[in-house]
Design a protein around this ligand. Structure first.
Ligand code: URA
Length: 309
């Protein structure tokens, strides 16, 4: 049996919000403990108590938490930074040990997973796992059929080895307006979708430069089976109160088995499941998270036994 903790800590650890946010929920009478509205943040609760926020049962702190962030430009992918704002400032959680899984450049937008699950991060980032990362980009310069072939063949970008085969799709190409020449000095611009299996420093920008063009806008749209939801606005990072439980074989003894035998896709499915296997009605409205029903249904199909809702 887990020991009793303060109600605000219980809620914050469960991912219901930051400590100050959950204190406000309590003050506003949104939290009930064993059917009675809780008046004070200091009251002690344990896993035996029924804690309800806005009608949703909140379970004690999960072993791991997963947040999908739609990273806006202007934030660095780090836990701390002396000069810049970090992506962690966008996560409504005080939970210790959270970190972004991999790096997006300060000016890159898009999907970034934030978790405290080190084994999952390893599955996604290990160069040996070759997890697909798909980006949407806008270039200065016209991308060509020859570029598609060169990306597929592998490019020299100043590393020991050429890049692994990458899938380049040219979505559109246009001649830019006179007024846009400062941003697109070549006079041409393409929209592309690029899928790479590695995660080298500035890889998309360097590959594009290797064929004589320049990335002027970059957004990650997927990583493995994780896809940036269409309805997730920039800066939003849905929390998952109520998700808890231990994935099987994730104790220290079995961790090796998990990382060795599971495919990266399976590992990412776990993140999806943890992020989305909530019924829309389980998501507190304060989060501003409009759940995508189809995605939720898909997520439920792949949610593992580690999820207890
Ligand atoms: N490639 C880049 O060049 N930048 C990113 O942020 C991600 C991939």
């Amino acid at each position: 049996m887990k020991k009793a903790v303060r109600l605000d800590k219980f809620l914050a650890d469960a991912g219901a919000g930051t400590r100050s946010e959950v204190k406000k929920f309590i003050q506003k009478g949104k939290v009930q403990v064993n059917g009675v509205p809780a008046k004070k943040s200091e009251i002690k609760v344990s896993e035996e108590d029924e804690v309800v926020l806005d009608g949703n049962r909140i379970s004690q702190a999960p072993e791991f938490v997963y947040y999908l962030l739609h990273k806006p430009a202007g934030y660095v992918s780090a836990t701390e930074d002396k000069r810049d704002k970090t992506v962690m400032e966008l996560v409504a959680s005080d939970r210790k040990g959270l970190f972004p899984v991999g790096r997006l450049d300060k000016d890159t937008e898009g999907l970034l997973l934030i978790t405290d699950d080190g084994a999952l991060a390893h599955e996604l980032l290990s160069p040996k796992k070759h997890v697909d990362k798909t980006y949407y980009a806008v270039t200065d310069g016209c991308m060509t059929k020859e570029d598609v072939q060169r990306f597929a063949d592998g490019l020299e970008i100043g590393e020991k080895n050429p890049t692994m085969p990458a899938k380049l799709e040219i979505l559109s190409t246009r001649k830019v307006e006179e007024t846009e020449l400062e941003q697109y000095p070549s006079g041409w611009s393409s929209e592309i979708q690029l899928t790479i299996k590695e995660g080298k420093f500035h890889q998309v920008k360097r590959m594009t430069e290797a064929v004589g063009k320049k990335v002027v806008y970059l957004k990650r749209i997927s990583m493995g089976v994780l896809t940036l939801p269409d309805d997730l606005k920039k800066g939003e990072c849905p929390a998952q109160p109520g998700v808890h439980g231990k994935p099987p074989g994730r104790g220290s003894r079995k961790c090796k088995e998990f990382s060795g035998r599971r495919s990266p896709e399976k590992a990412v499915e776990k993140a999806i499941a943890a992020t989305y296997a909530l019924r829309p009605e389980d998501v507190p409205s304060e989060r501003g998270f409009r759940a995508n029903r189809q995605r939720l249904q898909n997520a439920k199909r792949c949610s593992g036994p580690f999820l207890v809702l």
